[in-house]
Design a protein around this ligand. Structure first.
Ligand SMILES: [Cu+2]
Length: 468
């Protein structure tokens, strides 16, 4: 077979296997939305694969210790991680929705944070009303792959592992016996596990010059203000269905950070604060501007100057991420618990690869974290950090009573977006406030509001009134 026919065969084989093994109308709907060349089917091969039990992992019982009973009584700290797998419709840029698949009603799924040496008790439940099974492949574990077997609707499965390696790790749906894994992950079933090093993070050293030819080494304590950024792509038909053909061709229709295109750009509140007018955009792309977007309204990430900032970055997708911050240098790049680079301009993350970036924003200003692939920048991978008070708003905000005294970052007035803030770890500086932002269902957003996170869509009109 030539290359083109071979590729078509692969797509068709996966699609047909999906329909055969999956048996769900959801998948069949997805397949119907694609234009596949079924005439190239090799029936003999298809029958052989089917006779083997599809793509199911057929393995003897492995020896790895995944028995929760034994690990739970090992004397180690046990952390429970409970996820629900189900499909929902979520918004995309431009006012449409897409058929998302989620862990617990949000994209990305909840972040797991543990300390090296902890036991993780991972429980995945699929509601009985869900249209398909799901699994969870946890990259932070070192157990048999059989543990990631898919769970049927109405069922629950559990495995335990010791988080032996420190770092940032992906977890993702394993599809139904591996079939449809691409669809499930690229439709939203992914997240990260952060494993803090047993001895904590290292202090950060940044080289500075004094101007007399001398090198001054600046040291920042290990404690840092932390953010999480997960890069991915969407491959969608105009109707919002997963487009496997586009995925195989690497023709993504959107680049997302924490599930959204341009999710961290200014909104009407920032327009008002900076230009005195909600309708005067201060950034070239503000697609999620407006109170009606509620938890989807774009938000900015606020940091202080001369503050140790730690970013947990994961490439969840199918394309490389050339991680760069316009206006800054990555002071330290760590993978696993090993420093890979220091004072570097850009760091490359292949698919399913993560890193921890430590840096200090030196000057008050506006900085854009991008995937420095130009196609990615213009399709959604531009996320704005604002350091310090670059717009000189402190006097105005104090005078109008929005804040009591000058603040080191606007996070004290508006908070930082919840989906960019990981759970607290052993060396975390608490964010001044957290606002509800992310690709969440309304139920998830309501729960966050009950937990005390700020619904900025309710606060912004009040602040606007104070400023007018
Ligand atoms: Cu799934």
């Amino acid at each position: 077979m030539n290359k083109r026919i071979s590729m078509l065969f692969t797509i068709t084989a996966v699609a047909v296997l999906g329909a055969t093994l999956f048996g769900s109308t959801y998948t069949q709907t997805q397949i119907a939305g694609q234009s596949l060349d079924a005439s190239k089917l090799d029936v003999d091969v298809m029958e052989q694969i089917h006779a083997m039990g599809g793509l199911q992992l057929v393995m003897p019982q492995a020896f790895a210790e995944t028995d929760c009973g034994a690990l739970e009584s090992s004397g180690r700290n046990v952390v429970e991680f409970n996820l629900e797998g189900y499909s929902v419709e979520l918004p995309i840029m431009g006012g449409k929705t897409f058929n998302a698949m989620t862990f617990s009603g949000q994209v990305p799924g909840p972040t797991l944070r543990v300390t090296q040496g902890d036991v993780v008790k991972m429980t995945l439940t699929i509601p009985d009303w869900e249209v398909t099974g799901h699994g969870n492949d946890m990259h932070a574990s070192q157990i048999t792959a059989g543990a990631f077997e898919s769970v049927n609707p109405g069922e629950t499965s559990q495995y335990c592992y010791i988080a032996e390696a420190a770092g940032i790790f992906k977890y993702h749906c394993s599809g139904v016996k591996l079939v449809g894994m691409d669809q499930h992950v690229l439709s939203g079933m992914y997240g990260i596990a952060i494993v803090d090093p047993a001895n904590g993070y290292k202090k950060l050293m940044v080289e500075k010059t004094s101007g007399s030819g001398q090198l001054d080494r600046m040291f920042y304590p290990a404690d840092a203000l932390e953010f999480q950024m997960q890069y991915n792509q969407l491959y969608l038909t105009p109707e919002g269905n997963y487009d496997a053909g586009a995925m195989f061709m690497h023709h993504n229709t959107a680049t997302v950070v924490n599930g959204m295109q341009f999710g961290y750009v200014p909104n009407m509140a920032h327009n008002l604060l900076v230009l005195g007018d909600t309708n005067k955009n201060i950034f070239v792309a503000q697609p999620w501007n407006g109170l009606e977007h509620k938890q989807y309204q774009s938000q900015l990430m606020f940091v202080e100057n001369d503050q140790h900032v730690r970013l947990f970055v994961e490439n969840q997708g199918n394309e490389p991420v050339f991680f760069h911050i316009v206006g800054e240098i990555l002071d330290r790049v760590t993978q696993g618990n090993r420093v890979q680079s220091a004072a570097t301009e850009t760091w490359l993350l292949g698919g399913s690869q993560g890193m921890i970036v430590d840096l200090v924003f030196d000057e008050p200003g506006v900085y854009a974290a991008v995937n420095h692939d130009y196609a990615a920048i213009y399709t959604g991978a531009a996320s704005i950090f604002v350091a310090g008070d670059p717009f000189g708003l402190n006097p105005v905000l104090v005078e109008k009573g929005v804040i009591e005294a000058p603040v080191a970052s606007y996070a004290y007035a508006l908070g930082n977006p919840s989906d960019a803030v990981p759970p607290m770890g052993m060396n975390s500086i608490a964010h001044p406030a957290i606002n509800i932002h992310g690709l969440y269902t309304d139920d998830v957003a309501s729960e966050m509001q009950e937990q005390g996170m700020i619904p900025l869509w309710e606060v912004i009109p009040v602040v606007a009134e104070m400023l007018s």
